[in-house]
Ligand binder design. Structure first.
Ligand code: FES
Length: 134
């Protein structure tokens, strides 16, 4: 694939979320008392994402994440964490990679796969929460 010009341009919102990631878990995971965690790897690039959620009354009351991912994964997951906080678990599961992409003002097309990482980690965390809270 040959990329040029606009293919490399990040929106201002992507840059903001990459440089000032929201709900990022800084340091040791023991600093955040979560109810469930999700972990996924991106088969395209090998990057990984961990998502931690606190749940209260079936809603995501708080959320943190960590990643070995790229700038697009960081921006996407920062956006996702903002979109998911306060939502019911069912509504959080309905957030799509396209929703994240739209929220950020579009990622470069060849970086769209990076937005899937946080999305899948959140789904994994919610599924794990449901397993342990039965
Ligand atoms: S290149 Fe791996 S998540 Fe973006």
């Amino acid at each position: 694939m040959s990329l040029e010009g606009q293919d490399w341009v990040y929106s201002e919102k992507v840059k903001d979320h990459f440089l000032n990631p929201r709900n990022f878990l800084m340091g040791d995971e023991s600093k955040f008392k979560y109810d469930a965690m999700g972990l996924v790897g991106n088969p395209i690039c090998g990057d990984q994402m961990k998502m931690y959620i606190k749940v209260k009354n079936d809603k995501i009351s708080d959320i943190r994440w960590k990643t070995y991912g790229c700038a697009s994964a960081i921006a996407s997951t920062s956006a996702l964490s903002e979109l998911a906080k306060g939502k019911t678990l069912d509504d959080a599961l309905k957030i799509t990679a396209e929703d994240i992409d739209n929220y950020l003002g579009k990622l470069p097309k060849h970086k769209f796969h990076c937005s899937v990482l946080g999305h899948e980690a959140l789904a994994d965390a919610i599924n794990n929460y449901r397993k342990i809270s039965k």
